[in-house]
Design a protein around this ligand. Structure first.
Ligand SMILES: [Zn+2]
Length: 408
């Protein structure tokens, strides 16, 4: 039984890695294809060569990074690394929740330390070379320390709660854990902008001026309050631009990057804003949240079912069922399901993007949105020709080509 499960787990890891690699390779090949007419004016010849260079550099780097993690996980499974770590933390305390926290904490920190050289290279070599990077070495490490702090407080807190619920009642664990995590994620999505974002960025209300007047005119016409629109100092880390809608109920807000405001005309910014207001009008944040609920219930049901299996712990080199070993084995076995869930989440998200685009178009901002999107793609050296299968699995947004042809 242990041997069979071991083979199943390794097969899942290998198939997932192989499929991912297959998608990356066909995506790189496809990116070199001739651009369709509608996308031809976005890059000039030199800039397009630069985009191709940037894309393949990133794709190769991503594959190297992925291979490294894959080999590491294989080694951990093959040599009983997880079981070894479990035996190491056991004598530290009799409290099983604390044992699991030590176990996950050590894995988290080792994993993060290993990823530092990769992130460093990506930020200070690749992004630097293509003139996107604004991160300083000091900011690089302070960001990391803050993430560690958040990981310890939020991750450790929610993990402790889940483990405590399991120790309370294994039978109803799945229902209680579902209730606790859905409440927590609801609170997080409401207060994310006020509690988490300020740790990393400054958000300010729209400054007075021509842009604010234009936005005010549009926003009041569609009944969206101006006080919910903020500018964020994205330029602190990168020259790339973005805008997003977040929050629920009274905590909703639209956030525009300062870099977006530098790169676009007033009309284009209003068009992007119209798209974001479209997300709000269609209640996309709420719909995403509701969409995720049955899947999270399924996850906890299956997790609760597998947490007391000694066999699962033994596959990882342990002796008998413990929360942390069983949870790791469970999440690997769960990979095929989570891949399908990610896929359906992306399909839903792409549908929402089309709806938000249609909203902007309805208010007469179609052409400005198209020119704004083209500018965003050009500035961030986006790949204009991703492979359709790669898009199907990995893209949360439709491609630029799909969006333009739908809007115009
Ligand atoms: Zn959108």
């Amino acid at each position: 039984m242990v041997a069979t499960l071991f083979i199943i787990i390794i097969s899942i890891l290998v198939i997932e890695f192989g499929f991912d690699r297959f998608l990356s390779v066909i995506n790189i090949k496809h990116s070199q294809k001739q651009l369709p007419e509608v996308l031809s004016g976005i890059y000039d010849k030199d800039k397009y060569a630069r985009q191709q260079d940037y894309f393949t550099t990133n794709a190769r780097f991503g594959m190297l990074n992925g291979t490294f993690s894959f080999v590491l996980v294989l080694i951990m499974y093959s040599f009983g690394g997880f079981g070894w770590l479990d035996r190491m933390v056991q004598p530290w305390t009799d409290n099983s929740i604390l044992q699991s926290l030590y176990f996950f904490g050590i894995l988290f920190i080792i994993n993060d330390i290993i990823s530092i050289p990769f992130d460093w290279y990506h930020t200070f070599v690749i992004e630097e070379k293509f003139e996107f990077n604004k991160v300083t070495p000091v900011l690089f490490f302070t960001d990391r320390l803050k993430s560690w702090g958040l990981g310890i407080i939020i991750g450790g807190g929610i993990l402790s709660l889940i483990m405590w619920l399991y120790s309370l009642t294994p039978t109803y664990f799945w229902l209680l854990a579902f209730g606790a995590t859905t409440t927590f994620s609801l609170i997080m999505s409401m207060f994310y902008s006020e509690l988490i974002v300020p740790l990393f960025n400054k958000q300010t209300p729209l400054p007075e001026g021509e842009l604010r007047n234009a936005i005010e005119k549009f926003a009041s016409g569609v009944d969206f309050k101006l006080k919910n629109i903020f500018v964020i100092d994205g330029s602190k880390r990168s020259t790339k631009a973005n805008a997003y809608f977040s929050g629920l109920g009274p905590k909703k807000r639209i956030v525009l990057y300062d870099t977006l405001m530098e790169q676009m005309t007033t009309e284009e910014i209003v068009a992007v804003l119209a798209h974001e207001i479209g997300h709000y009008k269609h209640k996309h944040v709420l719909k995403n949240y509701v969409f995720s609920l049955p899947f999270s219930l399924l996850l906890f049901y299956l997790l609760g079912w597998m947490l007391n299996s000694d066999v699962l712990a033994q596959v990882l080199g342990g002796e008998k069922a413990v929360f942390h070993l069983n949870a790791i084995a469970f999440f690997t076995l769960y990979t095929p399901i989570s891949t399908l869930l990610d896929l359906s989440g992306n399909i839903l998200s792409r549908k929402h993007e089309y709806q938000a685009d249609a909203f902007a178009k309805k208010y007469g901002y179609g052409t400005q949105l198209v020119s704004g999107l083209k500018k965003l793609s050009a500035k961030s050296l986006s790949n204009l020709m991703p492979h359709p299968l790669y898009v199907f699995f990995n893209y949360s947004h439709p491609t630029l080509y799909q969006r333009i042809t739908k809007i115009l």
